[in-house]
Design a protein around this ligand. Structure first.
Ligand SMILES: O=C(O)COP(=O)(O)O
Ligand SMILES: [Mg+2]
Length: 237
């Protein structure tokens, strides 16, 4: 039997945009219901997203998780609502890169739209402006990387990703990464998908995520998430 059919997870870590939402970021109500079932059966659920700590905290409260989160694509994490915020990336270097990009695009008559800069601890996120590769070229000598989540471009310290921060979180909470199922949709989920016992990419997401995954859902986005959770936690549904 291969891993995809025999795997029996103890915990779930999942992305948000594109994974428990639709393409336009509207939350998938069935995905919320599926997550509630896990929580009510004492299965830990952790959100790992490019979004900010404050937006993830709100989502955790509304959905009913214990508040453990990875945000800013691994740049920040926290164990439980009351845990200390741990910052893994260097925001200064992201800001330096952003200023250079701002100059570059201003000369082309394009102004960049920042996403909630006042709530970010480690990365800089902005609206898609031109091609991610063009952005990468402008800052290629700086110790940053440009992540394209499909919803925003993120400038982050080059050593930060959701997968390495996931390893820290799993150590702190005492659940091996091998016991997790990880579900995502984009290139910012690749390391997460690879570091978990079983990595899933939802249908309709970026090709790079699907290539990193052990299983790709038949359904798309939030519907694919719900399908995958039902598949790997069959006794709960
Ligand atoms: O913040 C983004 O760009 C996308 O967030 P995600 O990691 O939840 O998909
Ligand atoms: Mg996503």
């Amino acid at each position: 039997m291969n891993k995809t059919s025999s795997f029996s997870p103890r915990a779930l870590i999942c992305d948000i945009d594109g994974t428990i939402t639709d393409k336009s970021r509207r939350i998938n109500l069935d995905s919320v219901s599926v997550i509630r079932t896990l929580i009510d059966n004492d299965i830990p659920v952790i959100f790992a997203s490019g979004n900010t700590v404050c937006s993830l905290t709100f989502l955790c409260k509304m959905v009913g998780t214990d508040g453990t989160i990875i945000s800013e694509n691994g740049g920040v994490y926290r164990i439980g609502f009351a845990g200390e915020l741990k910052i893994c990336g260097d925001k200064d270097v992201s800001i330096t890169a952003y200023k250079r990009l701002q100059d570059y695009f201003q000369k082309k008559g394009v102004s960049l739209e920042l996403y909630s800069p006042e709530y970010r601890f480690a990365d800089v996120a902005f609206a898609h402006t031109g091609d991610a590769d063009e952005v990468r070229e402008v800052v290629k000598d700086l110790p940053v990387k440009i992540l394209d989540s499909g919803f925003a471009l993120h400038i982050m310290s080059d050593y930060v990703n959701k997968g390495t921060t996931f390893l820290k979180v799993s150590k702190e909470i005492g659940i091996s990464p091998d016991n997790f199922i990880a579900i995502g949709d984009s290139s910012n989920d690749i390391e997460l998908i690879k570091n978990a016992g079983l990595g899933v990419a939802v249908g309709g997401g970026q090709k790079s995520a699907a290539e990193a995954a052990d299983y790709v859902s038949l359904k798309k986005f939030g519907d694919g998430f719900s399908e995958s959770v039902r598949k790997y936690f069959p006794s709960l549904f």
